[in-house]
Design a protein around this ligand. Sequence first.
Ligand code: GDP
Ligand code: ZN
Length: 458
Amino acid sequence: MEFDTIAAISTPVGEGAIAIVRLSGEQAFSIADTLYKGKKRVQEADSHTIQYGHIVDPETAETVEEVMVSVLQAPRTFTREDIIEINCHGGLVSVNRVLDLVLSAGARLAEPGEFTKRAFLNGRIDLSQAEGVMDLIRAKTDKAMHAAVKQVEGRFSERVRRLRRELLETVAHVEVNIDYPEFDAESVTLDNLKRHTSHVRDEVKQLLSTAKQGKILREGLGTAIIGRPNVGKSSLMNSLIHENRAIVTDIPGTTRDVLEEYVNIRGVPLRLIDTAGIRDTEDIVEKIGVERSRKALQEAELILLVLNSAEALSVEDEALFKAIHGLNAVILLNKTDLDKKIDEDRVRELASGRPVIAASLLKDEGIDELEQAVSSLFFEEGIEGSDLSYISNARHVGLLNQTRQTLEDALEAVEMGVPVDMIQIDITRAWEMLGEIIGENVHDGLIDQLFSQFCLGK
Ligand code: GDP
Ligand code: ZN
């Protein structure tokens, strides 16, 4: 395939940060050579080396920027094309000037996701891996990053491919049976078909069960801190943020996406829902009422309910328990450094099985226990232990659900004595749907739509 040469700024620009202008395409090296002045011309440099030099405006002969240039020769590159990465020392103005020069030298400004799209179109990665890259860009914690990296490495695709192969073999058996009826292996075929179909269905179910974790890792767990005034909500928020500022691994080519409202609790990213209405319960209960506050709370995936253990349970506290009925919650009994007045048995009763943690935020006690409770709430075996390729987007979940349903239909049809060649149709459909996940059956519209979601410069 042949494409023009594209360019974009592929890192966020900010004061002091290194910004990269990336070029990909056949003209990448020659365009770079019209601007870059160093010891060697880019075209003479060895592949996969970094050259030091300057970017000089060819019209004015003015030195624009001191740079390091990575020279990456096709095909061992992300896009399988020649790639040049011009590492600028930052500053919005200078990196934009370098990009401008690159564009006037003949490159075209890349569309969002176009680098990744090329990697896909040039056969470097499959669709599911491309989506993994997109998740990488969005990953909020190193754990999420790790899951995304795994997907990029193609583990998920590999598993889907294996399942497709199994379905295909099953269908092939059926074909043999139809083509050679004198073989009379009907019952053998049915056994075989049932066994493989239910095996694939189980695997699909297992993949689906990782979807919830994948979503949490990717988007963060919407978390609301609630409680009466003065119980310690702000203190809790502060100590969570203080100890667990979101970690975002700085790997080349991914956006540094640090958002202050994300905290990383043992690998579980919490997205602290920061609405004054939810944080200050005096608002939600007294002003908008229990019913409406309950609705607001239901949008949260985790509630941290803070109580003051130095005071007796109040009517408001009881109302809050009512408001969070049936929701994921951890109860924090704060201010244990003071004399205890709260009826802890009653609290446990109200908590109905949800964790109750004693804490003194003032003395920095109880935070570890709280974190443990949060992480085990969402990852039963502890996220460290689980070594799964998380399914990481809604499209995959949708297709896997359809696949599972289709396979259930096939199995039911077997039980009902439907002729095998009819059942074969269901299995073939399931095979096609799995193919869509890894991009082996996709039409162009879907591809464009997917890639346009990428950040510019990826
Ligand atoms: P909020 O109104 O629920 O956000 O509560 P704040 O976090 O603002 O805390 C209210 C007051 O309680 C502040 O003066 C805090 O210093 C104090 N406080 C918070 N946690 C503790 C604790 O564990 N022990 C004691 N003794 N005071 C605390
Ligand atoms: Zn507060």
